[in-house]
Design a protein around this ligand. Sequence first.
Ligand SMILES: [Zn+2]
Length: 678
Amino acid sequence: MSQRSRTTRRRFLQQSSLAGLACALPSPVLLASTSVSGHAVVKNRAPLAPSAFYPLPLTHIRPTGWLRRQLVIQANGLTGHLDETWPDVGQNSGWLGGTGESWERGPYYLDGLIPLAWLLDDARLKAKAQKYVDWILTHQAANGMIGPASNDDWWPRIVALKALTQYQEFTGDPRVVPLMDRYFRYQLAELPKRPLRDWGKFRWQDELLSVIWLYNRTGAAYLLDLARLLHQQGYDWTAQYANFQYKEKITAEFIKLNEGGGLKDLALATHGVNNGQAIKTGPVWSLVSGSDTDRKATAQMIAELDRYHGLPNGMFSCDEHLSGRDPSQGSELCTVVEYMFSLARALAITGDPALGDRLEKLAYNALPGTLTDDMWAHQYNQEPNQVECSLHHKPWVSDGPESNLFGLEPNFGCCTANYHQGWPKFAGSLFLLSGGQDSDANDGIVAAAYAPCELRTTLRGTSVHILEETEYPFRGKVLLAVSPAAPLEFPLQFRIPAWAAGATIAVNGRSEPQPAAGSFARIQRTWKSGDRVEIEFPMQPRVSSWFNDSVAIERGPLVFSYGIGESWVKLRERGMTADWQVYPSTPWNYAVQLDSGGMASSIAVSESEVGAVPFSRKTTPVQLRVKARKIPAWRAEDGVANSLPQSPVASNEVEEEITLVPYATAKLRITAFPVLKS
Ligand SMILES: [Zn+2]
């Protein structure tokens, strides 16, 4: 968000008043105690359409290995201390009853703090989150409204509901379901008079998730009326992408940023975060509509965003409106984490394995690539070809000169509040449940994304423990020790990424039929304690094609970059953290030499230990070596690499061998390379 939106927000805060309409509320539905348990799998309730897979209760998955280390880094970093150093979520927050920030920042912070606190079972973080939750749960207005009385915007409440549903799943707190029931009854009565607008209108699908969450627990029919009303008042994302018009880098003039404070429909329809959140819209709405076209809309959206705005780190450009395929354009951190959450939800509903491939690509590249190793500082915008992080106005569509600095709140504080959900929600979506909507007879487990973790769940009354040991994404081997409390027949499914042709699966040392790339491999058998599944993904480097026929080098789910020498210069202290500029200390203008046919077979791979900080330049767990030559005419202007020369390119410079490291470990980097003429 920008200065314009900030002004607009102030204006609406002045205009809005406490929604104090008297509203005779029907009493909440009676709830069977089993249906509101925090720890039971909840499937879709008729007449909702079935999902391919279902999220497991958040208490069932625990991160281990490098993933747990990453979450501990986050807890020790800004996430675990944000309220101590940033007044917007501090003691005076409107979401604690204070007179301070009362819009989206409190709920954003909770949306990541809650899963981090409970996944780590960290008492200090749980206590921090509980303060906000208790305030929300004990300050519901008589008419059902929740949140600070100083504004009545639907949007921040959409975020608060996402946070509350997670909190309920972790704790089983019996206050959450009745509060949501009263709120949704109030909103159903209120929306015809005070419809969704601006952010809420473009982000309605995130509320739909919470409406469906509650419907699956209570079965109250009015919730389906509310779902249909949200769809009716919300922006039609599926139509936007059925006939996609925004094929070029957006300009401030095109979206009339000077009129309407960036809140006109055209600005909101091309806004990065809105699009990241919108990626789940079709599948989530398909649960209500039953439409196959809706269910397939996510693949269509991603295809259009890739075609016109796709970047080699898996993101689409958005700085902060859609900004074309040039790898010097940026992507906002809020969009990274919202895109990840959308992918996890869309994957569960559709069962499309490609969404899991993309989820891993964002989690293992774009997310850690825009945070410092210690997670005390982040960027607003990251660039795949990021040659300098300094105060400059280029090349952003609508963002300010601080946008790619590492700091407390570069450009605007939305990402400061919102990025905390990235790692913990990813950890919570590693495993899913498969099975029929009306019976648990065919229930099974799905490995949707890979990282070290532990699953403890129950299938047909038998507890099942799965220990996943792996150094994926740095290595290709994944070991799963499957231990049901008693022998139990059920299907185990494994996502085989589209890049993983030649992957192998063995059970107790015996090879299974070779799985197809881009599918879910399924093994149905009577599992017994001590069974071991060994998956081996092929990890030879691959070449992918980007802007101006440039290439990126990938290996497994990791994208690789040339790590430019970094000189970190502190711009200013910011309480417990600081703002940093980063200047290049080595040349970066390399074109790479590929083998004939554009192959990567001569690229050498070296592996070393996965360090205490998994994504760190100091201890990169894997490096690649590739032949390259400099392109003297390719330079930076105002801290930005000029547009990539059209490949193939010629160079008379001396041949060098350069080292590529995981994208996320290089905070200055070249990721899309020109290709030398062979
Ligand atoms: Zn943001």
